[in-house]
Design a binder for this molecule. Structure first.
Ligand SMILES: [Fe+2]
Length: 200
């Protein structure tokens, strides 16, 4: 048996540009579902392992889907945390600012590229990671919650590009505006904190 459980986090999300409080409220319910299912899968796996031969097929599928629930939980925690405290730009002196410039020459060039990744067709996430082994930043598209994460890299920033994140406020055709507004709502102090922790 797993003795520990993942706890649902709470977030204080201020009034946002474009993204309604109602949408955030509904989105948090989905997050809650990921936490619940992460714990449920772990419980089920522990239960079925008592007779792993009998439950071999179910166990394989549970194990296979674990990353979907776990990453769904964790991705959303980063997502909501990056909106807490209200919009704040990345300080010109921030270490993350320097690292971005080293990688992409300018902050605006990075932003334009990251936004275009966010518009990848399909449901998933655009993610900015830090690679501690090579001291580099990398961007990536992750399908669903879990397909395409980069091994050993740490999440710095991500945008949820599932339709539930924006359709109620923007309609499917408003995807581009949602991306713009998400960036307008970011508290870069929190994102800089992710970077500081990743490079510590
Ligand atoms: Fe989501």
């Amino acid at each position: 048996m797993y003795m520990k459980k993942f706890e649902e986090k709470t977030f204080t999300i201020p009034t946002l540009t474009g993204i309604s409080a109602k949408n955030i409220e509904e989105h948090l319910k989905l997050y809650s579902g990921y936490v619940k299912n992460t714990n449920t899968i772990l419980e089920k796996i522990a239960e079925y392992r008592q007779d792993s031969e009998k439950h071999a097929y179910a166990l394989g599928e549970l194990q296979r889907r674990f990353a979907f629930e776990f990453d769904g939980m964790r991705n959303h925690e980063y997502y909501f945390e990056s909106l807490e405290g209200g919009a704040s730009p990345l300080s010109p002196n921030a270490e993350l600012q320097n690292e971005i410039k080293e990688e992409w020459d300018s902050f605006d060039a990075f932003l334009a590229m990251f936004k275009s990744i966010a518009l990848t067709r399909g449901v998933g996430w655009a993610v900015l990671y830090y690679d501690p082994l090579t001291d580099r930043l990398l961007t990536q598209w992750v399908d669903e919650q879990h397909l395409g994460h980069l091994t050993g890299l740490t999440w710095i920033l991500g945008i949820d590009m599932w339709e539930h994140a924006f359709v109620a406020d923007y309609q499917p055709s408003g995807k581009k505006q949602y991306v713009e507004d998400y960036f307008a709502n970011l508290n870069w102090d929190n994102i800089e904190k992710n970077f500081t922790q990743a490079t510590r």
